[in-house]
Design a protein around this ligand. Structure first.
Ligand SMILES: Cc1ncc(COP(=O)(O)O)c(C=O)c1O
Length: 423
């Protein structure tokens, strides 16, 4: 198999660095992909499950724009709905009635939802959820899971970020380990009547580490404790939303959240996010003043309406769960045939993988020498046309077919051959 090179991407990155901080802001600016020379930097166009970089290389994309690509890039039905709406109106003084249609659609689709509120990014609605919980309870403290990501607002930044400048917001946070009910109960005892909310993704999804599912009975007990102590239970479904169950990831795991945050998969790349809530929190959300210049734009509402309808029609979540499993099962077998072990965690539609040189190893550190093989293999797949990162969970989309998975496994096999010479 030929391996890709990226001269145009690299040239563009040098140009970008002159006028854009870090060349690309956020995590992609420096060193996200490892080794960086095996990865494209700028894309040119995309279609279905694939994107093409500025050097003309094609990638089967297991990052799906970090989540927004759920039906396939440029989905004709979603884009037609958005374009039709754009011809009529988009950002206008009075909002389009599409706002109501979408809120009705969310209430009909998401099991726990009695109302919906729309913004633009995931972080807009995780921050709104925190404010709603504070307004509802008159309390300041928030419980959250160590290593989880909820956006970039000061309260959600990593501890110590910006030389501790956000330490006031962070002093209100109580950080807990995933699946640790003992710590959860202890925090409630130590802060009686002070905790407004518990915010968590439906399962543990850190970067640079294995993901983890909820232990048997975990969410049931969390739900009981939140109800008993008047703590608002917020599920951050920004990443998992519509990839486990279109009715909500709380439903998938058999409990009911008070607030649920959606974003990435809501409109197949059109910019919109949503907070859904229960009736008991309607007064609280009305008390919070929150809006933005583009939050009423109509084209993303039209796109989201078409996207949700199509996701349901295709039973997309189950397709993505199946296709993800087919890939990870295949990878596990292939890895074993080379004397390695592929460890797979997370829901298959958002699989997290790491490759171990020692099949009997029980622990793994992304920054240790034992991760060198994993980094080499993922990058060898990428420069053969299957885009994989080595630090983050992956994403599947409804446009991926069994033939795409066969192609991805052929590439994986060739990448194993390439790394076997070195490891
Ligand atoms: C679980 C989770 N919550 C919140 C966010 C923040 O979303 P956004 O980047 O759209 O603000 C992300 C983004 O990756 C996320 O994965």
């Amino acid at each position: 198999m030929t391996t890709y090179t990226y001269p145009k991407s690299q040239e563009l990155f040098e140009r970008a660095k002159k006028v854009i901080p870090k060349g690309i802001y956020g995590h992609q600016g420096v060193g996200t992909y490892c080794p960086v020379e095996h990865y494209p930097i700028f894309s040119d166009h995309a279609q279905g499950a694939y994107f093409y970089d500025v050097d003309g290389n094609r990638f089967l994309d297991f990052m799906c724009a970090y989540g927004p690509n759920i039906l396939g890039y440029n989905d004709p039905d979603v884009d037609a709905a958005a374009m039709e709406q754009l011809k009529k109106e988009n950002a206008v003084t009075a909002p389009s009635y599409k706002l109501i249609e979408l809120a009705e659609k969310m209430v009909e689709t998401v099991d726990m939802a009695d109302w919906a509120f729309f913004a633009k990014n995931g972080g807009d609605v995780t921050s709104l959820a925190i404010m709603v919980a504070k307004a509802a309870t008159g309390r300041q403290k928030i419980m959250m899971i160590n290593g989880s990501y909820h956006g970039v607002a000061p309260w959600a930044q990593k501890v110590g970020a910006a030389d501790g400048l956000f330490s006031y917001e962070q002093s209100q946070n109580i950080y807990l380990d995933w699946n640790n009910l003992e710590q959860f109960e202890q925090a409630i005892q130590e802060h009686p009547g002070e905790i407004a909310a518990f915010i968590s993704t439906p399962y543990y999804q850190p970067a640079f580490k294995d993901n983890a599912m909820p232990a048997e009975g975990y969410w049931k007990r969390i739900r009981e404790l939140c109800t008993q102590h008047g703590i608002v239970l917020i599920v951050d479904d920004v990443r998992c939303g519509f990839r486990l169950d279109h009715a909500g990831s709380d439903k998938y795991f058999g409990f009911k959240a008070d607030l649920m945050c959606f974003c990435k998969a809501l409109a197949n790349g059109w910019n919109i996010s949503a907070l859904c809530g229960i009736d008991a929190l309607r007064d609280a959300v009305e008390k919070v003043y929150y809006t933005g210049s583009y939050w009423m734009s109509a084209a993303p509402f039209a796109a989201a309406l078409a996207c949700i309808d199509k996701l349901k029609k295709l039973d997309a979540a189950n397709h993505m769960l199946k296709i993800g499993k087919m890939y990870t099962d295949g990878l596990e077998k292939l890895a074993a045939s080379y004397g390695y072990r592929m460890v797979t965690t997370a829901a298959p539609s958002l699989f997290y993988i790491h490759l171990l040189q020692d099949p009997d190893a029980t622990s793994w550190d992304y920054y240790g020498p034992e991760a060198d093989l994993h980094k080499a293999w993922t990058s060898e797949c990428t420069r053969r046309g299957v885009f994989l990162t080595n630090h983050h969970n992956h994403f599947t989309c409804a446009a991926m077919t069994e033939d795409d998975i066969k192609f991805a496994l052929d590439v994986a096999d060739d990448a194993f051959k390439a790394v076997k010479q070195r490891f």
